[in-house]
Design a protein around this ligand. Sequence first.
Ligand code: NAP
Length: 322
Amino acid sequence: MDKINKIYDVIIVGGGPAGLSAAIYAGRANLSVVVIEKEGEGGQIATASSVENYPGGLAGEDGAVLATRMAEQCRSFGAEIVYANVKEYELEGDIKTLRAYGKEFRGRAVIIATGSAPARLGVVGEEEFTGRGVSYCATCDGPFFKGVEIFVAGGGDSAVEEAMYLTRFAKKVTVIHRRDSLRAAKSIQDKAMANEKIEFMLDTVVKELKGSGLLGTIITENVKTGEVKELHATGETGMTGLFVFVGMKPSTDMFEGIIKLENGYILTDEDMRTNLSGVFAAGDVRKKSLRQVITAAADGAIAAASADKWLNEDTDKRVWGA
Ligand code: NAP
């Protein structure tokens, strides 16, 4: 076990917009900061095809570019970014200890910004064909589907926006949605409706996925009429694509029984304090009403300011909700 001697003022878990914003604010406040990220900087935005509603976001620029700039900004304020998957949390007491494979980090305050991961449809064949036709990331896998007919499951902002992005590659994109109307914002819907390469299959659910090695057939059912359809791959490869955007699942399994959760999301007060002293949460992992890059960034800034205040207030180490 590589025990890092340093005791950080703030350990931030998660390098998405919430974690990186927290690191910018904490670093700029002269606190010693480490961001522990398990995959790549930027979290979900790193895979977004566009982030056009973040102030200063540039049209045509993808999320990965924004993520890289955020990470550079963090480092410019002295924050370290390390890559590790935290498996064990000891969050009680004055010094908190986090363990990843082969590494141990210690800090006085912890900001949890672990975000969320794409939810699964939960149908037969989904796991088998993930990476073989089933995908949760249009920017990562869209180019594999040049000139073929593909499908998107879901009816929210992500499903409709990513369906539009996928029309750059696919011959046709059919959005399969379980209700008779989409959940996506009207502005996003209007653009998609005007796109000739997009079709909608409403009131429809994906029932099962089939194929030999690659996803070849998607079986759907109309929830109103009960009609079952088999959608077969049309291209030469014999593979069709199903991009799944059916919401997100908060990454909080490791906090069950340790931090107060509601429906899997971490409960905080408006200062981002959790029920544990010196432990804060920011971004999509938190129970909140709007999950966007801008609200994640704002949460991160507030969490860092609260952690700074907490570290400097010997007299007020109150615990919210205790
Ligand atoms: P979402 O808004 O929760 O939408 C999930 C969609 O998947 C809904 O249409 C839902 O159907 C459907 N769904 C859920 N479970 C399903 C299942 N088991 N089978 C079939 N369909 C299922 O998720 P999201 O689109 O990923 O967006 C997440 C958050 O990010 C939202 O707050 C969204 O506004 C935000 N976002 C914003 C932008 C933007 O502003 N440009 C872009 C992307 C995401 P029902 O409608 O029937 O519930």
